[in-house]
Design a protein around this ligand. Structure first.
Ligand code: FAD
Length: 511
C-alpha cells in the first residue's frame, strides 16, 4: 500500500514536495485553497539562489565552502546553521533534479550576491538562476494563476541584456511561452500532473484532520501554505508593525501557521519577512485584495532619492529590497512611530522617463495621482514634509552626485547597487536631481513572511522539545526560514521553497 501524502498549497514549495513524493512512489494529493495553481510563486520573477550550482561556466568559481563563509557573515537573527548547511549541499542537487524531472532549464542572472563584498560573496552570473522561458500547454496554463498585469514577458537576463522587444513579446504570446515564476510553476505543474499528482484547486484545508479526510485516510501532511502576511491579526502579533505593501497572492493568510500551532509545533523566525519597499498603483487590486508593486530598479535609477516623513534620506536606496524594506520599519524613538511608512520616492523628469515607476510606463502621460512640482519647496508642500529639510537633503545629495559620490550612504559603492541600476539600462547610478520634481509614496511591504514551525533539515516539523511531530512536514514561507534576517542573494526565497519542499516531500514519502 503506497504512502499517502497530502500537500497543502500549490506554490513552489508545495509542487516541489509533491513532485518528489510522487517520484519516490507515494500517492500525492495537492490541495490548493484558491481557484488557481501557483500562489505567489506564479507571480514572482522565478529567481532561485543556488550556490555552487554548476549551471554556468562562471559557477565553476564557486564552492559550498565559499557560500558557507558568506552565510556566516550574514548570520544575524534566528539563524538555523544545520539547515543552512543542508541547503548548501542540496541546492545544486535539487536544481539538477528539477532539470531532469520537470524539464527546467536554468540560466544565470546578471546579479551578484546582495553583499558581494562580504567574505565568500559572489560576483554576478554565479549563484542566482532563473528558469529559461517555458512553452506551456493550455490545459496547464488554464489551471494556473496568471502573471501580474503589465509584467513584461521577458526574463531578467533579457531585460538586462537589452533584448526585450515588441516582436519577442508578440512571439511569446502567440506560442504560449512564459517566463519567470510562470515558467517555474508551469514546468512543475506539468510534471506533477504527468506523474499522476492529484491537484485540487478551490480546496482550502484548515485542520489536519480534514486533510486526512480529504485523502481518505491516514496521511503524511506537508504544510506549504505560504506566509501569513495577509492576516492582519497575525501580522500585528508577530511582526510588530503594519505591513501595508502586499505584493503577492491572496492565499497567504497563515492557515499553515495556525495548524502548526494547534499541533504544538515550535515556531521560529517569527518577526522576520522578505521585506521590500512598495508602491501602490491607484485602482489596482488582486481578486478584491490589496495589491502593491515592489520598487526594484526605480530606487537605483540616477536622479532619484527616497526620503522619510522628516524630509531626510534614511538609507542607500539601491540596496537589496530586503534591507530597504527593513529600513521602512525602523522605529523612531523621537516621534514614537513604528517606521518610515509612508516614505517618498522623489525623482526628476529624466528618471521619470528613464523607466517604469511601478507599472507607470515611462512614455505614459502623467496621471493625476502623480505628484509633480517645479521646486523642491513646492514638492515639500505636497508631501507634507519640512521644506527647509527637503531642500537641504536635495542640495546635499546633488552636491555628492555631481562628483559621483554619496557621502551619506555610499550608494553605488556596492556591486549589487550597480547591477540593479544596470537593469534600468544605465551604468551611472548617481546624478543630481533637476526640476521639475516628481514623487510617489513608498510603503513597507514584503514578498512573504519568513516565520513558522521549526523543522529539522528534512522538513519534519518539531515540537517544543525538538522532537518530530509524526507525519507533519513544512516548507517554503509556511516554515521557519533558516536564513534569520538575511537575504543573501536574489532568489533566496524560492530557493528555500524548492530545496526544503523537495526534502520535506521526500521525507514524507519515505519516513
Ligand atoms: C512580484 C513578486 C516577485 C517575486 N520574485 C521572487 C524571485 O524572483 N525569487 C524569489 O526567491 N522570491 C521572489 N518572490 C517571493 C516568492 O515568490 C515567495 O516568497 C514564494 O513564492 C513563496 O513560495 P511558497 O511556496 O512558500 O508560497 P506560495 O507560492 O504563496 O504558495 C502557497 C499556496 O498555498 C495556498 N494555501 C494557503 N492556505 C491554504 C490552505 N489552507 N489550504 C490549501 N492551500 C492553501 C495559497 O493559496 C498558495 O497558492 C517574489 C514575490 C513577488 C510577489
Amino acid at each position: 500500500m503506497p504512502v499517502r501524502v497530502v500537500v497543502l498549497g500549490s506554490g513552489a514549495a508545495g509542487l516541489s514536495a509533491a513532485l518528489v513524493a510522487r517520484a519516490v512512489g507515494a500517492e500525492v494529493l495537492v490541495a490548493e485553497a484558491t481557484t488557481t495553481i501557483g500562489g505567489t510563486s506564479a507571480l514572482s520573477s522565478g529567481a532561485v539562489w543556488a550556490p555552487n550550482n554548476g549551471a554556468s561556466p562562471q559557477a565553476a568559481s564557486d564552492s559550498a565552502e565559499l557560500a558557507r563563509r558568506y552565510l556566516r557573515s550574514l548570520a544575524y537573527g534566528d539563524v538555523a546553521p544545520a539547515l543552512l548547511d543542508r541547503y548548501l549541499t542540496e541546492a545544486p542537487r535539487v536544481v539538477t533534479w528539477l532539470g531532469e524531472h520537470a524539464s527546467l532549464c536554468w540560466q544565470p542572472l546578471p546579479l551578484p550576491d546582495c553583499y558581494r563584498e562580504l567574505p565568500g560573496g559572489s560576483k554576478a552570473g554565479v549563484r542566482s538562476l532563473e528558469p529559461a522561458p517555458v512553452r506551456v500547454d493550455v490545459a496547464v496554463s488554464s489551471r494556473m494563476r496568471g502573471a501580474l498585469p503589465k509584467r513584461p514577458p521577458f526574463t531578467l537576463a533579457e531585460l538586462a541584456g537589452g533584448e526585450a522587444s515588441p516582436e519577442l513579446a508578440e512571439n511569446r504570446a502567440r506560442t504560449g511561452t512564459v517566463v519567470g515564476g510562470q515558467a517555474l510553476i508551469a514546468a512543475l505543474t506539468t510534471a506533477a500532473l504527468a506523474a499522476g499528482v492529484d491537484i485540487r484547486t478551490s480546496t482550502r484545508v484548515r485542520t489536519l484532520s480534514s486533510a486526512e479526510e480529504l485523502a481518505g485516510g491516514p496521511s503524511r501532511i506537508v504544510l506549504a501554505t505560504g506566509g501569513f502576511e495577509r492576516d492582519p491579526v497575525l501580522v500585528q502579533r508577530f511582526l510588530g508593525s503594519p505591513l501595508p505593501g502586499l505584493i503577492g497572492a491572496p492565499g497567504a493568510v497563515g492557515d499553515g501557521l495556525r495548524m502548526a500551532m494547534a499541533a504544538g509545533a515550535e515556531l521560529g523566525n517569527m518577526a522576520e519577512a522578505w521585506w521590500c519597499p512598495t508602491v501602490r498603483m491607484p485602482g489596482e487590486e488582486i481578486e478584491g485584495h490589496v495589491l502593491h508593486r515592489m520598487l526594484f530598479t526605480e530606487r537605483a535609477r540616477p536622479g532619484t532619492i527616497m526620503v522619510g516623513a522628516h524630509g531626510r534620506r534614511f538609507t542607500n536606496e539601491a540596496r537589496n529590497y530586503n534591507e530597504v524594506g527593513r529600513a521602512l520599519h525602523a522605529f523612531s524613538p523621537a516621534g514614537f512611530f513604528p517606521g518610515a511608512d509612508p516614505a517618498w520616492l522623489v525623482f526628476d523628469a529624466a528618471a521619470r522617463r528613464g523607466g517604469a515607476i511601478g507599472t507607470l510606463a515611462p512614455q505614459a502621460p502623467d496621471p493625476s495621482w502623480l505628484i509633480r512640482a517645479d521646486t523642491v519647496r513646492e514638492l515639500a508642500g505636497h508631501l507634507g514634509v519640512p521644506a527647509e529639510v527637503l531642500e537641504h537633503t536635495v542640495r546635499d545629495f546633488n552636491q555628492g552626485a555631481e562628483s559621483g559620490t554619496d557621502p551619506e550612504f555610499g550608494r553605488g559603492t556596492g556591486a549589487y547597487d550597480r547591477a540593479i541600476a544596470a537593469l534600468s539600462g544605465t551604468t551611472a547610478i548617481l546624478r543630481p536631481l533637476e526640476a521639475p520634481y516628481y514623487a510617489v509614496p513608498v510603503h513597507a511591504g514584503a514578498g512573504g513572511t519568513k516565520g513558522g514551525p521549526r523543522t529539522d533539515d528534512e522538513g519534519r516539523m518539531l515540537d517544543l522539545r525538538g522532537r518530530h511531530l509524526p507525519g507533519l512536514y513544512a516548507a517554503g514561507n509556511a516554515a521557519a526560514s533558516p536564513f534569520g534576517m538575511a537575504y543573501p542573494g536574489t532568489g533566496t526565497t524560492l530557493g528555500q521553497a524548492l530545496v526544503f519542499g523537495h526534502l520535506a516531500g521526500r521525507a514524507a514519502a519515505t519516513d
